[in-house]
Every structure is written in structure tokens, then in C-alpha cells.
Design a protein around this ligand. Structure first.
Ligand code: C2O
Length: 571
């Protein structure tokens, strides 16, 4: 089964219009039936198509009844339209049941993207699909006969926010993330992809998952990488694509010259990410390149080792050289720790993100000159002001033993350094040694365990842009920073449409003032949304672990111990 596609309602010169209505429906992609978020009565969601230069108008109607929603256009730069980015709390208010919101933006890029809800924990309930932007002048257009889109994803049987409740609780002090129930390709299993012999296909891979990075390979077929995250690259051979959540990769694949056999195509979740592997977990799913339906569909061979393609070696097809030394360096230390409620949170340099009372874009629009002062954005938004035209370098020190796919809105970035696992923090004096002169660019990179990366971009896109780990569990536990780029420029050029203000009103969310909603004293943050206080002195994360485990061991005494243990944690 190929994923459904939705062609635009109208194609007028260069305006594409989509009317989307979100509602709950039932689906069983892996044999287990559950409620999922569909669009226009369909799930999987339609793949959307547009062409570079188009103006896209999408009206999203929320007919979910019980929950708010939004749509984010992952990887789309939104030049001049930061308020169309779809990030709830940063660029808009959530859309309550019964309300509609129109997204309107112009595409000045091409390649493989996706769209998903950007309201805490919602997209893994099914609100996610590819978004393909064609380009009549694309570099490889003469090198293939046909295009295919294959999404890879993990899948859960429970609602994300139900899982999130136990994930982010004193009962899970180590922050073990919920393990997916299965893996999917094009939101199904046993996917059949019909191909013809002697042809070349451009296969657009998109990882729509919540947590699991995936390895993808096709038996008997070499892949040639030509795109990562909307950036065309010089072609490079690959046998296994390692695709983190939110990443995309296009590969050219030539089919064999006969219809004598069908070939397994595998996506396999990186189980290193899982704290424990539940009994019976099928972390792979297999599909087939089908040359002849009447021939058998063989089971895949078991691989002992993975020859992962290293995206760091890619060279962009436009050969854009490394940006000059940065004007502004932001260092983000990434780690996990427990707060006073006993739960395990994620931090960038000491702050765990909490959505402000006023979505950040509305603070930018209403604070006049003070919008250029970072303190108005509050203590828990991890806010940084970027000045127009500056070369920005972000150094991310991953001090956590897990892998983290980090994503920047509104830009792609050059990956000027990325180290292997266990190489520690970035050295104090960063040298150019070992950094590529023509670094690959993309909008999401994987940080390897306890190591670092340096990414660079030019602050040429005024707006409010989130920088976050794309593992949905970690966005829930606070692994988000807010980059506020040229706020005074944004004030001058941006107009907020009435329907955007109307959904805020319907949600009861203020659209003026600082992060706390204070319109009089911009530096008074009384009443702002805050993370829980730190643990009381002397009460360590280890103490919580011990408490929880002794609780499980001594079942009879559990109630008393829990009562005793919880009491001092109350604020
Ligand atoms: Cu795929 Cu913050 O987004």
C-alpha cells in the first residue's frame, strides 16, 4: 500500500490551497486497533505536495472535540512568516476544538519535508505526514525515472500524553522513555512498493517517529544519497541509512534488470535508545520492492553489524563554503536531572523549557524596544536574542549517555564539527582542524552520546525559532531553547492575522506582554510559568531511585514508604 496523497484543491498560478480537518478515527497499522488523529477522514495523513515558489494556504479545522491542536511545517524556513511556523507557545496559540486557523506561507526551498502537530505530545498519536516540495530546476531531475516517498516511524499503542504522565513522574526518576510497540513504513507493515526493472527511483525517506532513530536498507540494491533535510548533496553511496527522528534523506536506487525476484526492504529501530527491550518487541519491519507480485516475498537476512552511512561526510551540491568564525556563540550543555517533584527533566545549560503564558511571538510584537532584552522572555524559555546578519554558532555538549536528534526551526545549519561517542565536551579552544570546508547542512542532526557538535548558521531570518531535541519525550521534559532573531525587525514587518488572535482568545491565552503577561512592567515576571523547584538539598536523584526500587521490592510497605518519600518533595 502506498500512502495516500492529497492534491491541492486549487492550483492557481502559484497558490496551493489545502483544507484540512482533524478528527479522531480508528486505525490498526500493526494489527492493534487504537484511536488516531486523521485528516479529512483519512489516516495515514495525506502526503502534501507543492512546488518551490508556491504560496501555500492551509486551513486547519479542529474537529477533535476534546483536544487542541496545531500544524508545524518541519524544515520550512518561513521567511517573513514566523507566525506561520505552528509551534504552540512560541509562534501561535493552540487551536481549540471547534476553531480553525489558516497557515499562509511562501516556499523558497525544495526537497523532502514533513508536517506535524507541534503541541506537546500530539504528533505520535498519528498527526504527521510527509510534505514534498518539487523544483523544476532540481539538480538530479535527469537522473531518475520516478519518485517514491517512504516514511519510517515508531508506533505506540497508548496515547502519548497518557505515557507522558508516567514518563514524567516520581515513579520514573531515571527518565526511562516509553519504548515503542512497533515500527512502521508508510504507517503500515509489510509494505509493498511496486517497481519496474531497469529504472532509477528517487526514494524520499522521512522519519516521522516520536523516539526511535531508524536504520533503513534494501537487499540487493545500492543507495546513493542526494539529499538530506532539503539540502541537495553530491551523490554518495550508502548501504544503510541511519535516519534520526525528524530527518529526511533522498536516495537514488536503480532496479535490477529482471523481474525474477522481489527484495526485502527493512527499517530497524536503533534499540540503543531503549533502556530495556520488552519481551517480544519487533523492532524491525519489512517491506518489499515488488518486481513481480506472483513471486515470493523473502524474509530479510539477519545483519550482525551495521555499516551506517555517515552523513557528516556529505558535501552540499551547491558547495556553500563554511561560514566565517562566529559573531555569537551559544553553548548548550544537554543533560537530564531530577527536580523537586522527583521527576526527571531535560536541561539545556541549567534550564528546562516551560511554555510561557504569552506565546513568545506575541511578546516580541508588544514590548517595543524591550523586545530586544532577553529577560522579558522569562526564566524558563531558554531564550537567546540573535542579531540580524550575525554568524551564529551553537555548541551542543551532549553530557547525556543517550543519542539526541536536535532540530532548529527557520533555518538549516552547517555541521562544522561532530564528534564520535564519548569524546566529551567541546574543547575550550575550538580549532578548525578536522572541520570540513564544505560542511553538510541539514535541519536535524544526531548528537552521539557524551560528545559534542558545532553548528553554524546566519541570522538572516527574523523570527522566533525553537531549537530542540526532536525526541518527543524530551520536548515534553523540557529540552527546548528559543532563538529570537532580530525581534525589532519582526515588529516592523510582521502582521498577525485576526484568526491567529481569535484562537488565542478562544483558548484564554493572552497575546500581549512579557512571558508572564505583564504589559506594564516588562521586567516583572511575577506569575510566569515555571518548572518545579530543584530537589531539596541532600535529596539526590539516587535517593529517589532507591526509594522507588525499595517500594517495588517491599510491596507491603509500599504505601507507607511512598507517603514518607513523597512528603518532603511537596513544595
Ligand atoms: Cu519537527 Cu519543532 O519540529
Amino acid at each position: 500500500m502506498l500512502i495516500a496523497t492529497l492534491f491541492p484543491l486549487t492550483v492557481l498560478a502559484s497558490t496551493v490551497t489545502y483544507d484540512l480537518e482533524a478528527s479522531w478515527m480508528r486505525a490498526s497499522p500493526d494489527g492493534f486497533e487504537r484511536s488516531v488523529i486523521g485528516i479529512n477522514g483519512e489516516w495515514p495523513l495525506p502526503t502534501l505536495y507543492a512546488t518551490k515558489g508556491d504560496t501555500v494556504t492551509v486551513t486547519l479545522k479542529n474537529s477533535l472535540g476534546n483536544v487542541s491542536t496545531s500544524l508545524h511545517w518541519h524544515g520550512i524556513f518561513q521567511n517573513g512568516t514566523t507566525n506561520m511556523d505552528g509551534s504552540v507557545g512560541a509562534s501561535q496559540c493552540s487551536i481549540p476544538p471547534g476553531s480553525s486557523l489558516t497557515y499562509n506561507f511562501t516556499l523558497n526551498q525544495s526537497g523532502t519535508y514533513w508536517y506535524h502537530s507541534h503541541l506537546k505530545g500530539q504528533y505520535p498519536d498519528g498527526m504527521r505526514a510527509p510534505f514534498i516540495i518539487a523544483d523544476p530546476d532540481m539538480p538530479f531531475k535527469n537522473d531518475y525515472d520516478e519518485e517514491l516517498v517512504i516514511s519510517l516511524s515508531d508506533w505506540y499503542h497508548d496515547f502519548t500524553m497518557d505515557l507522558a504522565k508516567s514518563f514524567l513522574s516520581v515513579g520514573n526518576p531515571t527518565g526511562a522513555e516509553p519504548v515503542p510497540d512497533s515500527a512502521l513504513m508508510n504507517e503500515t507493515q509489510n509494505l509493498n512498493v511496486k517497481v519496474a526493472p531497469g529504472k532509477t527511483y528517487l526514494i524520499r525517506l522521512v522519519n516521522l517517529g516520536a523516539f526511535a532513530n531508524q536504520r533503513f536498507w534494501i537487499e540487493g540494491h545500492q543507495m546513493k544519497v542526494v539529499e538530506v533535510d532539503g539540502v541537495w548533496t553530491e551523490p554518495k553511496d550508502a548501504s544503510i541509512i541511519y535516519l534520526a527522528v525528524a530527518q529526511r534523506c533522498s536516495v537514488l536506487v536503480s532496479t535490477t534488470n529482471s523481474t525474477g525476484a522481489n527484495f526485502p526492504m527493512v527499517t530497524s529501530m536503533d534499540t540503543d535508545l531503549f533502556d530495556a527491550i520488552p519481551d517480544g518487541l519487533q523492532w524491525n519491519t519489512t517491506g518489499w520492492l515488488v518486481y513481480d507480485d506472483s513471486k515470493p516475498k523473502p524474509a530479510p537476512k539477519v545483519l550482525d553489524t551495521f555499516d551506517d552511512f555517515d552523513d557528516f561526510t556529505l558535501v552540499p551540491q551547491d558547495r556553500l563554503p563554511r561560514f566565517p568564525e562566529p559573531d555569537h556563540t551559544i553553548t548548550l550543555d544537554l543533560y537530564m536531572d531530577n527536580l523537586g517533584d522527583g521527576a526527571n527533566y531535560a536541561f539545556f545549560s541549567g534550564q528546562t523549557y516551560v511554555s510561557p503564558k504569552v506565546p513568545t511571538i506575541y511578546s516580541v510584537m508588544t514590548l517595543g524596544e524591550d523586545a530586544a532584552n532577553v529577560s522579558v522572555y522569562g526564566d524558563n524559555t531558554n531564550a537567546y536574542i540573535l542579531e540580524k546578519g550575525q554568524v551564529i554558532e551553537v555548541i551542543i555538549n551532549n553530557q547525556d549517555p543517550g543519542k539526541h536528534p536536535v532540530h532548529l526551526h527557520g533555518h538549516n545549519f552547517q555541521v562544522v564539527a561532530r564528534e564520535a561517542a564519548d569524546t566529551g565536551d567541546a574543547p575550550a579552544n575550538l580549532t578548525d582542524a578536522g572541520t570540513p570546508g564544505l560542511p553538510m547542512r541539514r535541519d536535524t542532526i544526531t548528537l552521539w552520546p557524551t560528545s559534542y557538535a558545532r553548528v553554524r548558521f546566519i541570522a538572516d531570518n527574523p523570527g522566533v525559532w525553537l531549537f530542540h531535541c526532536h525526541i518527543e519525550w524530551h520536548t515534553i521534559s523540557g529540552l527546548i531553547a528559543t532563538f529570537i532573531e532580530a525581534p525589532l525587525e519582526v515588529q516592523k514587518s510582521l502582521k498577525i492575522p485576526d484568526d491567529h488572535l481569535a484562537v488565542c482568545k478562544a483558548e484564554g491565552v493572552p497575546t500581549a506582554g512579557n512571558a508572564a503577561g505583564n504589559t506594564v512592567n516588562h521586567f516583572d515576571l511575577t506569575g510566569e510559568n515555571k518548572s518545579p523547584a530543584p530537589l531539596p538539598a541532600g535529596f539526590t536523584a539516587r535517593g529517589i531511585v532507591a526509594l522507588v526500587f525499595s517500594c517495588i521490592a517491599a510491596f507491603l510497605g509500599c504505601a507507607v514508604i511512598a507517603w514518607y518519600g513523597y512528603a518532603p518533595l511537596k513544595q
